[in-house]
Design a protein around this ligand. Structure first.
Ligand SMILES: Cc1cc2nc3c(=O)[nH]c(=O)nc-3n(C[C@H](O)[C@H](O)[C@H](O)COP(=O)(O)OP(=O)(O)OC[C@H]3O[C@@H](n4cnc5c(N)ncnc54)[C@H](O)[C@@H]3O)c2cc1C
Length: 299
């Protein structure tokens, strides 16, 4: 990590909360479900679909997990009530993965059952590499019983190619992304070019296996690789989508929409917006640079 990044991380907590709030407004759809629903309404009216994420992770008490389950059930009810084109994304550690794997499975299962009632879909986000095996195990267990659940695989991880082979065989619905967590070189590729080659390879494998993929990136090189394989394998529109984070690369999002591709926007919201923003900054200083650029509107 460079000296510049170290300094950024050190001084970030000194930035006044209102400034962090102002900057993160672009990336976080407010603290309440009502504000998140309004954001999704706007996205839907622009032709994009969405996925809602209730901010929170690494729950250390069962009551926190229970509260998160209830919040997600409300989110699903509200999506149905407002007839939005929107699914949900959740983090296993928010729902108890670090406390008790069985508790986490039962919590996510409750949410998947409610989603199935509305014909909706649950995406299980992928967190740091310590949780990868447990998360895949949890997903495969749910996938045996339910078709409305999907997983995320990170192109930066060396293990992902092997994981994809197993998941493609199971007919999994996957979101592919680079991976946001700062992992060791033993576990992850550190060269951005290799992460990109691996991302392309994972897209190709999934499309060849005729599995549904969400290509989650703002990197136009990866978007291009996705489009190349979609074209080469004559992939139906119902087999893939592109995904982007709220407030990021809106121009590329519009280009893809104009090209007739489905685009889903990841919409995080909730009272934990401050902790979320600060933790992301510490884990991946690149985000600090994006925020500073956004603040000063530097391209
Ligand atoms: C829909 C979605 C879901 C995700 N889910 C997960 C997950 O479950 N697990 C996980 O580990 N990671 C997840 N990520 C994060 C992902 O792994 C990457 O860290 C992130 O998308 C940046 O990678 P990139 O492919 O956009 O390429 P980069 O090369 O990192 O970014 C390309 C360009 O996009 C812009 N950009 C990228 N990210 C941001 C940002 N946050 N703010 C402002 N500008 C930005 C910058 O201009 C940058 O130059 C998700 C990303 C998306 C889009």
């Amino acid at each position: 990590m460079s000296l510049f990044h170290n300094l950024l991380i050190k001084f970030m907590p000194l930035v006044p909360k209102p400034i962090v709030k102002f900057v993160s407004k672009r990336y976080v759809a407010g603290a309440t479900l009502a504000s998140a629903i309004e954001t999704v309404k706007v996205l839907n009216s622009e032709g994009t679909v969405a996925t809602l994420d209730v901010l929170g992770e690494s729950s250390i008490r069962r009551e926190e997990c229970e509260a998160a389950v209830n919040e997600y059930l409300q989110v699903l009810d509200s999506i149905a009530e407002h007839r939005l084109d929107c699914n949900i994304s959740l983090k296993p550690t928010q729902l108890g993965l670090l406390l008790d794997e069985e508790l986490c499975y039962l919590n996510i299962r409750q949410i998947v059952v409610r989603a199935a009632k509305y014909n909706n879909f649950v995406r299980i986000d992928m967190e740091d590499a310590q949780t990868t095996s447990a998360t895949i195990k949890l997903f495969l267990r749910l996938h045996k019983e339910f078709s409305n659940v999907g997983l995320v695989i990170q192109a930066c991880l060396r293990r992902s190619l092997d994981d994809i082979n197993v998941l493609a065989e199971a007919g999994a619905n996957l979101r592919l992304c680079k991976g946001i967590y700062n992992e060791t070189r033993a576990l992850a590729f550190k060269d951005p070019a290799i992460v990109n080659y691996n991302f392309s390879l994972l897209i190709k494998k999934m499309l060849q296996a005729k599995c549904y993929i969400g290509i989650a990136t703002h990197d136009e090189k990866i978007v291009w690789a996705g489009l190349k394989y979609i074209n080469q394998f004559n992939v139906e529109k119902s087999q893939y989508e592109f995904q982007m984070l709220l407030g990021v690369e809106e121009e590329l999002r519009k280009i893809l929409l104009a090209g007739g591709h489905k685009v889903r926007v990841y919409v995080p919201f909730g009272i934990k917006w401050y902790a979320y923003s600060m933790r992301r900054l510490k884990e991946n200083p690149k985000i600090a640079v994006y925020i500073i650029k956004a603040f000063f509107r530097i391209k």
